[in-house]
Design a protein around this ligand. Structure first.
Ligand code: FUB
Length: 340
């Protein structure tokens, strides 16, 4: 048994309706919102969905995004500003196609946009672009982050000023094509009863554009302290890792992909292990479910997307936010965005 945090007693099996859902964008399709508070203002770094005409497949080829816009607001429910083009694929020297879910970080007076995109060999890598303003524009480095692979970067800053990147995603995200940091070019999943593929994480170096260490596995344990296994599709990691800290404990949340939930696990170190707790967001309209969690003005907010604005087109999504609530024991109240 690995050491983990106990499964909290108040874990919701039934979802409640959110207090209020705030749609954030309607002029552009947006997805995978990563939210941060910089200088007292709320910034959202989403994917920018558009109709490229590429047919839908299991590898997500129809998610053929080419650029990023940053959005911001100074109050929940207030005006949301679209700051325009922040980074275009044509300005990323090594990029091939598919700009997927980004994230951002601030260190001192510098801002960093982290983004997954396939390189010219069609292998997902994680890139970084820097800027002097939270909304961009950002200027991409010549090469992806050394030792990075797969997708969905999420950067967490701990209270001691250290930054950690969590990343990875299976199926179209290609995590299953990597073995111990080496690209094997074919799909290799652990057996059904073996520990599932884990998200990866690494501390960022002082420069914020490289890893300070080799990426390692982020282990998610079940209530018995055993790693969650490959066949456990309702709980195993698929994509969209996010880490936040609440009352001194680390919360890892992620999408279960083909079972379409956002679930969470708690640990007492940014390295984990994390113990599975439950669902925090039920499936939304559209195949993907991808979120972020941030504290703003004393409340906690869940950012997510769905395909309601496009009439259900999975690759044309729109970001929203709603309040996230905790039970007294630190467990998270489960939300279904559509329950009346
Ligand atoms: O937006 C493209 C991909 O869909 C993201 O990288 C995944 O997390 C999923 O939301």
């Amino acid at each position: 048994k690995m050491d983990g945090i106990e499964t909290l007693s108040i874990s919701d099996t039934t979802a409640v309706s959110p207090d209020k859902v705030y749609p954030l964008t309607s002029d552009l399709f947006t997805a995978d919102p990563s939210a941060h508070v910089f200088n007292g203002r709320l910034y959202v770094y989403p994917s920018h969905d558009f109709e490229s005409g590429i047919p839908e497949d299991d590898l997500g080829s129809h998610f053929n995004m080419m650029d990023y816009h940053v959005f911001s607001m100074d109050s929940v429910g207030g005006k949301v500003t679209d700051h325009g083009l922040a980074l275009h694929i044509d300005n990323v020297p090594w990029a091939g196609r598919q700009m997927w879910a980004p994230d951002a970080a601030k260190k001192g007076d510098d801002y960093f946009l982290y983004f997954p995109v396939k390189d010219k060999d069609d292998i997902f890598r994680i890139g970084v672009a820097t800027g002097k303003n939270p909304e961009g524009p950002f200027s991409a480095l010549e090469k992806p982050i050394g030792g990075s692979y797969s997708m969905d970067p999420a950067v967490f800053m701990d209270d001691d000023g250290k930054y950690y990147m969590y990343f990875g995603g299976i199926w179209g995200g290609q995590l299953q094509k990597w073995d111990n940091g080496k690209y094997i070019g074919e799909d290799k999943y652990p057996e059904a009863d073996e520990p599932a593929l884990s998200p990866k994480m690494a501390m960022l170096a002082e420069d914020m554009v490289s890893f300070a260490e080799e990426p390692r596995d982020v282990v998610v344990l079940d209530e018995k302290g055993k790693p969650i296994v490959t066949s456990d599709n309702d709980r195993r990691f698929f994509e969209a890792a996010w880490v936040h800290k609440y009352k001194n404990r680390y919360y890892l949340s992620y999408s279960t992909g083909d079972t379409h939930k956002i679930v969470y696990a708690i640990g007492d170190s940014p390295y984990g292990p994390f113990t599975y707790q439950g669902v925090l967001l039920d499936p939304v309209l559209g195949w993907t479910n991808h979120h972020s969690i941030v504290e703003y003005n004393g409340k906690w907010w869940l950012f997510f997307h769905d395909s309601s604005l496009s009439g259900g087109k999975t690759h044309l999504r729109s970001v929203k936010m709603t309040e996230l609530k905790y039970h007294p024991d630190g467990s998270i109240q489960r939300i279904n965005a559509y329950v009346e």
